[in-house]
Design a protein around this ligand. Structure first.
Ligand code: MYR
Length: 281
């Protein structure tokens, strides 16, 4: 059985990674004052953050149209029997549901959808694992069950500079932000049951990052080997420096650096930092 692997742009896999692992990508879009752009195709991250700084309105985001999924799946049906389509959490975007709908509309190829219940680099780790297994001849069932196994140790925490981006985009309820008094502090955010939730309130970004490190340390003690990614929103130097410090302290953790691109950056804002990890299997 030939199995194609699809993920959406919010995994922020580089073109080299996509080519190396033969991963197909469907883009989400950002809507700016001067038009709509498919991220990773028509606009880069730094172009996006520059444009946003110079415009008055707040950007918006759009999931891929179901028709785009149908087009992609039909194209893949020429070379593959099955597709595993891996997407950002269904609790924050309708993208996953769009893939499910499109999967029911195509013939000649079976579409299996996987809700990552997260996004960004952690989502990319699922896609890479699936692609490696597909190349080695694993079945759909084996791949899906490995992805589920990964889910049990997948964790991510992130710290935003300004919580209003998340509130405005409706991805963190105003109630959660206000009742918790989060606007005055640097809350650590995470995913719970597919949605973004405040994890802990901390006074400063520095202390928040220290706390995230403690959470990583706990996981690094529990598991023999971890794969971790530092994720930055247009603050590469800060992200790289944090990654360097962490890498010196946790020799059993394999680190990489990734970014919050235009779509996720719309909801988190510039200068956000995140750390995701999973047990290496
Ligand atoms: C859409 O318009 O469908 C896209 C909505 C994207 C919402 C993004 C919310 C922030 C996600 C943060 C992910 C952090 C992962 C480590």
């Amino acid at each position: 059985m030939r199995i194609a692997i699809v993920t959406d742009s919010t995994a922020y896999l580089t073109p080299e990674e996509r080519a190396r692992y033969n991963i197909h990508m469907i883009p989400l879009s950002v809507n700016l004052e001067d038009g709509s752009y498919e991220e990773e195709v028509e606009i880069t991250s730094s172009e996006f953050y520059d444009k946003v700084r110079n415009q008055k309105q707040f950007p918006k985001t759009t999931q891929p149209a179901v028709g785009k999924f149908v087009e992609l799946f039909n194209e893949l049906s020429k070379d593959y029997d099955d597709v595993i389509s891996i997407h950002l959490s269904s609790g924050i975007s309708g993208t996953f549901q769009g893939a499910v709908q499109a999967g029911q509309m195509v013939d000649g190829i079976t579409v299996y959808t996987f809700d990552s219940e997260i996004s960004c680099a952690p989502q990319g780790l699922y896609a890479i694992k699936a692609a490696e297994m597909s190349k080695q001849g694993a079945s759909v069932e084996q791949i899906m069950s490995t992805l589920e196994e990964m889910k049990s140790t997948m964790d991510a925490y992130f710290v935003v500079d300004d919580l209003t981006h998340l509130q405005r985009g409706g991805r963190l309820s105003s109630a959660a932000a206000l009742v918790g008094g989060l606007l005055q502090v640097k809350p650590i955010l995470t995913f719970d049951n597919k949605a973004i939730v405040p994890f802990e309130k901390i006074r400063t970004k520095k202390k928040a990052l220290r706390r995230v490190e403690e959470l990583l340390a706990k996981s690094a003690q529990e598991h023999e080997r971890l794969q971790a990614t530092v994720i930055h929103a247009n603050c590469e130097e800060e992200g790289r420096e944090w990654m360097k410090q962490l890498a010196e302290s946790y020799p059993n953790v394999e680190f990489s650096l990734s970014y919050f691109g235009p779509v996720i950056g719309t909801h988190l804002g510039e200068a956000s930092l995140g750390l995701g990890w999973v047990k290496k299997i």
